[in-house]
Design a protein around this ligand. Structure first.
Ligand code: NAD
Length: 348
């Protein structure tokens, strides 16, 4: 199938395929839209079953980055890169340097960063061949803690701010005594748990691995829940912080939470799920709005900014969501659809 006929093709500006014979690198970079600025987005390495799957991923993810950057108020567009291969077996330093050369061919219209399968050290290797890399250092953090380039603390703080805005909208209250279920206690989930517990929320946590769950139980008084039960728990907020497709045809009818607000990307299996949530009176915080803390952090590290400006920018996630919720109430449209429309007004 050609790129232009692909179902995920959405007026992308530039899609490029690259093969480096010496290192075996096979990669695709897609820049979706640069009206607001260069396309920023992570580089993912994954053992794709075929090139069709890789193309689908890079087209969908790069488009998502345009919407995320626009709604976060960044002078930045959307782009993404994918590398074919198993990051544990196939990755070599030479391959990462070759990837840097590929990134450089975009002359700054694509800026790369970490994503699944790609570590900060890999981005540093790419940085030997191109200056168009990000997320390799931090000048400051939003809360004064030691900054190490990891965007997860900023992402978690943004999700926390977003959950507060959603709870305020639905219950007209703060987080004290609110029951919140977190699915996925990884880099973001554990930090989110800390913020929420500090504000008096009652936490329920589930993960396929025990480390994060044990920490949340020991340090934040969370209750451990079976992974199979977390989606349908009788709580006020369900926070998906694991993988995509968290809300789907299989679980939508068993969700009891009044609010869905978490860090995971691509939470809704389809746009009709978003409509259904609205019809069922469940408030959904659009994923790319609430989880934009990481990209906001990277943006501030790249520009002339400071910790105070970064924190203020992260707090705006709550204000943006409040605007989306109000517009959804007024129009009856799903929050995800309202967010898309507002983003398009900014970048189109
Ligand atoms: P992570 O890999 O550190 O954590 C994800 C956790 O989810 C892991 O502990 C994993 O064991 C768990 N998990 C996986 N499948 C699960 C399942 N079926 N049920 C329960 N738990 C499961 O990733 P992260 O950095 O914490 O990111 C979490 C989510 O937020 C991801 O979807 C990511 O794409 C998204 N996100 C992260 C950032 C960031 O700055 N890290 C930014 C934007 C979006």
């Amino acid at each position: 199938m050609s790129v232009f006929d692909h179902p995920e093709f959405a007026e992308h500006e530039h899609v490029s395929f690259y093969h480096d014979k010496e290192t075996g690198l096979k990669a695709i970079i897609a820049v979706h839209n640069t009206n607001l600025g260069p396309g920023l987005g992570g580089c993912r390495m994954f053992n794709y079953a075929n090139s069709e799957d890789a193309l689908t991923d890079v087209l969908r993810l790069s488009k998502g980055m345009t919407y995320k950057a626009a709604m976060a108020g960044l002078k930045q567009g959307g782009g993404k890169a994918v590398i074919f291969g198993d990051p544990r077996k196939d990755k070599t330093p030479e391959m990462m340097k070759a990837m840097g050369r590929f990134v450089d061919t975009f002359k700054g219209q694509y800026i790369t960063a970490e994503d699944s399968g790609i570590a900060v050290s890999d981005i540093c290797l790419m940085g030997e061949s191109t200056e168009h890399v990000s997320g390799t250092f931090s000048k400051y953090s939003f809360d004064g803690s030691l900054a190490d380039g990891n965007p997860a603390p900023a992402t978690a703080y943004g999700v926390f701010v977003g959950i507060k805005a959603a709870v305020q909208h639905v219950f007209q209250s703060d987080l004290r005594g609110k029951k919140i279920a977190i699915k996925g206690i990884g880099h973001v989930g554990i930090r989110l748990a800390e913020h929420l517990s500090r504000e008096g929320a009652i936490l329920y946590v589930a993960d396929i691995f025990p480390d994060g769950v044990n920490k949340a139980v020991a340090e934040f008084g969370a209750t451990e829940v079976d992974v199979a039960d977390i989606d349908s728990l009788d709580v006020d907020v369900f926070a998906p912080c694991a993988l995509g497709n968290a809300i789907n045809a299989q679980n939508i009818h068993s969700i009891k939470a009044r609010i869905i607000a978490g860090a995971a990307n691509n939470q809704l299996a389809s746009s009709s799920i978003g409509e259904e949530l609205t019809q069922r009176g469940i408030l959904y915080a659009p994923d790319y709005v609430i989880n934009a803390g990481g990209i906001i952090d990277i943006y501030h590290q790249r520009t002339d900014s400071n910790a105070d400006k970064l924190r203020k920018h992260l707090n705006q996630i709550g204000e943006t969501l409040t605007t989306i919720f109000a517009e959804s109430d007024k129009s009856g449209h799903a929050t995800a659809k309202v967010a898309d429309k507002l983003a398009e007004l900014k970048f189109k």
